[in-house]
Design a protein around this ligand. Structure first.
Ligand SMILES: NC(=O)c1ccc[n+]([C@@H]2O[C@H](COP(=O)([O-])OP(=O)(O)OC[C@H]3O[C@@H](n4cnc5c(N)ncnc54)[C@H](O)[C@@H]3O)[C@@H](O)[C@H]2O)c1
Length: 327
């Protein structure tokens, strides 16, 4: 065991589950917090022995005293803040969305401020959704510091978090890195339209046809890589309030389908070529490269193979709910 103790928020989510897998496999102590208590997604990726090494704590990020309590009690040295409500949930309940996504993030910064010194690094999830439609950004690749024009409450809340981070650096020198994932795919990604990339691979593993509900160019980021990026950012020692685009694989959904079918000719995949996602896709990640040096990036073919392999194993052992394929 090294001297670090990571706290994850939202650890029962997709990226959280992959972060747990990485931290446990490298021998790092980790306190896995979430409002949810059933480790369904971590259970897809970690063995029972590995799960037993994790300290699970039920934590609502909207409860400031509870957040501070976990950081103090467990001697947290690094925080990866992933808890949040996604686009449809923020739309359905804007007040709760603001409470979890905005106030929850303020609470993480407050806890980090109260224990800075013991806490040495903080990375948090922003989102590509802070940007406006692609045509607002004619200059490509799109840099980290372009004007933000989010078109959803979710994006507005994430923008607020980036502002919170900036002021915590300005006023109290609490450094942080905010990351803006686009389409994260891999085992554990099971909610929202952009999870169709992951679900297409699950359908392949289960021998079922699948229709991806969008087309056009997209930025694909393998969940394992994204988790490692969060962990490395928390450890980077960066001084300032950075917000970073992620890039990795930029390709047409049609090309993704062709790549999958080249390796797995039995894959029955279609996609909605006319439903183009509104976001800019040609994203500049030189800011992230400047911080990390080398950005974790599993080649697309290897990530597809690993995902299909993991899904096949889960399907064979009846350990994954295939109802998610019904959309
Ligand atoms: N997956 C993507 O493609 C993507 C893209 C851009 C940004 N992000 C951001 O990255 C982060 C992680 O994404 P994910 O896909 O793993 O999300 P997810 O939806 O799978 O997981 C989020 C977790 O937050 C937890 N949570 C909700 N309310 C909470 C509360 N009040 N207190 C504590 N925990 C609470 C949920 O129980 C869930 O386990 C999120 O903040 C998300 O907005 C994800």
């Amino acid at each position: 065991m090294n001297a670090e103790t990571f706290m994850l928020t939202g650890s029962m989510g997709c990226i959280g589950a992959w972060a747990l897998r990485n931290l446990i496999r490298e021998g790092t102590r980790v306190v896995a917090t979430d409002l949810a208590t059933d480790p369904v997604r971590p259970g897809l990726l970690l063995s029972p022995d590995e799960l037993a090494q994790i300290t699970f704590v039920k934590l609502d990020v909207t409860d400031l005293n509870a957040v501070k309590g976990v950081v103090a009690e467990h001697g947290i040295t690094h925080i990866v803040h992933l808890a949040g409500l996604q686009v449809p949930f923020c739309r359905a309940n804007p007040s709760l969305g603001a409470s979890v996504n905005v106030v929850g993030t303020v609470n993480i910064f407050e806890a980090a401020r109260a224990h800075w010194g013991q806490v040495k690094g903080l990375a948090y999830a922003s989102s590509l959704a802070v940007l406006g439609p692609a045509d607002l950004y004619p200059e490509r690749p799109v840099k980290d510091d372009v004007p933000l024009r989010p078109e959803t409450l979710y994006g507005v809340y994430k923008q607020a978090n980036e502002g919170t981070a900036r002021i915590y650096w300005q006023d109290w020198q609490i450094p942080s890195i905010g990351l803006r994932p686009y389409i994260v795919y891999g085992v554990g990604r099971d909610q929202g339209m952009t999870s169709d990339i992951a679900k297409a691979l699950l359908a392949l593993a289960a021998g079922r046809p699948y229709h991806i509900r969008f087309g056009g160019p997209a930025g694909l980021q393998y969940a394992d890589d994204v988790a490692r990026i969060f962990i490395e950012c928390a450890r980077s020692g960066y001084q300032g309030a950075a917000v970073c685009n992620l890039r990795n694989d930029i390709l047409e959904v049609g090309d993704f389908v062709a790549r999958v079918q080249a390796g797995y000719p039995q894959a029955e995949l279609t996609y909605a070529a006319d439903n183009i996602l509104p976001f800019p896709f040609d994203l500049d990640d030189s800011g992230l490269q400047g911080i990390l040096g080398k950005v974790p990036h599993t080649p697309l073919g290897a990530a597809i193979d690993e995902t299909v392999g993991l899904f096949r194993d889960l399907v064979a052992h009846d350990r994954i709910n295939l109802k998610q394929l019904e959309n």
